[in-house]
Design a protein around this ligand. Structure first.
Ligand SMILES: Nc1ncnc2c1ncn2[C@@H]1O[C@H](COP(=O)(O)OP(=O)(O)OP(=O)(O)O)[C@@H](O)[C@H]1O
Ligand SMILES: [Mg+2]
Length: 253
């Protein structure tokens, strides 16, 4: 039987100078789709940068484990399982879309032959085949976003981290991306941070609500709806309930 992967965040704290962005954060991810929600500054991107090893936890303040092993110790072996779409768009403007995909596949050590097939199929999925040989410097925000999504899936990663993947996408492309994520395979761990609740409402197995670097609640949409007894059972309403309550608490002290 194929082994089920686990990603375990154990008591991770992260400061930027004096600012605490993540606070004694613990959670265990198993295969499935997770939606990460929370207001600006909640710590979603910080968590994702820690998971993808682009940041390290504060000294002596937590560890992140992939299949029970510290990701710091696994290094390259861990990163080969990883697909990351960061919040900030980082493309090389003089590269064409196809060259960029080739470049990322070489960084991921994918052999040339399978890379070529994969690149063609992924560019097709995100509807960028026609502009595959155009320089990315001339791409719109949404086109760049789609290229980053395609590049993140190169090498068929088991752990996929998407930081606001649909920012700047038109509704049609948003639906395509959502369907692609949903069909991507239930044996993967997929974590999506977003402010657009409809991106995750129907596809996430679990919603993680964050605030001030902590989890304030988590569970399936149904479970969370039951808890707060909100009238209309949409994730957007649920979000308003959670964060309005939080705001009120803050105002009242
Ligand atoms: N490089 C940095 N230097 C200093 N402070 C930072 C840095 N990156 C993030 N922060 C701070 O850490 C906190 C968490 O930021 P983070 O980017 O993780 O939030 P987020 O939930 O991703 O927000 P958004 O929804 O706006 O993307 C914020 O208060 C932010 O100002
Ligand atoms: Mg962010």
């Amino acid at each position: 039987m194929k082994k089920e992967h686990t990603l375990e965040i154990c008591h991770v704290t992260k400061h930027y100078g004096k600012k605490r962005a993540l606070s004694d954060f613990s959670y265990t991810f198993k295969p499935g789709i997770y939606g990460l929600l929370g207001p600006n500054g909640a710590g979603k991107s910080t968590l994702m940068n820690l998971i993808t090893d682009n940041l390290i936890p504060d000294k002596n303040n937590g560890v992140i484990k992939w299949d029970n092993e510290d990701i710091q110790k696994l290094g390259k072996k861990y990163r080969s399982h990883l697909g990351f779409m960061p919040q900030q768009q980082n493309l090389y403007p003089t590269m064409t879309a196809r060259q960029f995909m080739g470049y990322i596949s070489s960084l991921k050590n994918i052999d040339r032959k399978s890379a070529v097939t994969e690149i063609e199929s992924l560019l097709e999925t995100v509807e960028l085949k026609e502009v595959a040989d155009k320089k990315t410097g001339g791409f719109s925000g949404g086109m760049k976003q789609r290229l980053l999504f395609a590049s993140c899936l190169l090498g068929n990663p088991s752990l996929i981290i998407l930081d606001e993947p649909t920012a700047g996408l038109d509704p049609r492309q948003r639906v395509i991306l959502r369907e692609k994520i949903e069909n991507y395979g239930k044996d993967k761990i997929i974590i999506i941070a977003t402010h657009i609740t409809s991106d995750i409402e129907t596809i996430a197995d679990c919603i993680i609500m964050m605030k001030d670097g902590r989890i304030i609640d988590n569970g399936s949409v149904e479970e969370l709806v039951k808890k707060v007894h909100c009238g209309s059972e949409t994730l957007e309403n649920l979000y308003m309930q959670y964060y309005d309550e939080e705001e009120k608490k803050n105002v009242l002290g």
